[in-house]
Design a protein around this ligand. Structure first.
Ligand code: BEZ
Length: 211
């Protein structure tokens, strides 16, 4: 069943490249990214895992832990990890879940809808420190994900959780944001001391408050 945004994600215990992984325990108080890939030893997935490993410092800056997953067994993940390190210049530095019994893939609805295909699709879930789902994305097998976009969404979510703002189209960290429509002009005056421009009564633009 699809997990709705805002609802609590299921916990799981499953084998991984770092041994048995209890998902909630691993995440602790951090934000989490759970992402699945169709299969080990495939070209696009190899590049994706290398890129995610290379972004270690960016995940850390955002207090975020990442977990990869496919339905291949642990031995296969371990063999493939050597290829990732050799070809992508980054060794895996996060657990890769071996969901051989498909229990996690089923709970998170990551399996391909085609009955003939037993693989997971390219899903991405952003999970907040309360274990609530904040974003879910599904990509086709032929399209490698843009992890800069995942970082951008994390920045937006973390900003929106601490200030009464939302982020406009194509926003990037450091750019102007919009004040939530639920904030009165009077409250906005005190909440946003840098001021704001009311382009329309519902469209009030202000400098990013935490910069
Ligand atoms: C890949 O990761 O390269 C891939 C996986 C499944 C289908 C097509 C490409």
């Amino acid at each position: 069943m699809t997990i709705r945004l805002g609802s609590r994600v299921p916990n799981f215990q499953q084998d991984s490249t770092e041994g048995k992984l209890d998902f909630y325990e691993f995440l602790g108080d951090s934000w989490g990214i759970l992402f699945s890939h169709p299969a080990d030893f495939t070209p696009v997935c190899t590049t994706e895992l290398g890129v995610v490993a290379g972004l270690k410092g960016e995940w850390e800056k955002r207090n975020t832990k990442v977990v990869g997953l496919s339905v291949d067994p642990p031995d296969s993940h371990m063999d493939w990890a050597k290829d990732i390190e050799e070809t992508q210049g980054h060794a895996l530095n996060f657990p890769l879940v071996a969901d051989a019994d498909r229990s996690v893939s089923t709970a998170y609805d990551m399996l391909d809808g085609d009955e003939e295909v037993t693989a997971t699709v390219r899903s991405v879930f952003i999970i907040d420190p309360n274990k609530n789902l904040r974003l879910s994305l599904t990509y086709p097998p032929s399209t490698g994900r843009n992890f800069a976009e995942i970082l951008r969404v994390l920045d937006s979510l973390q900003l929106a959780d601490s200030h009464k703002v939302a982020t406009p189209a194509n926003w990037r960290d450091g750019e102007d944001v919009v004040i939530l429509p639920t904030v009165s002009d009077e409250d906005a005056d005190s909440m946003f001391p840098k001021g704001y421009e009311a382009v329309r009564p519902y469209l009030r633009v202000t400098p990013q408050p935490n910069k």
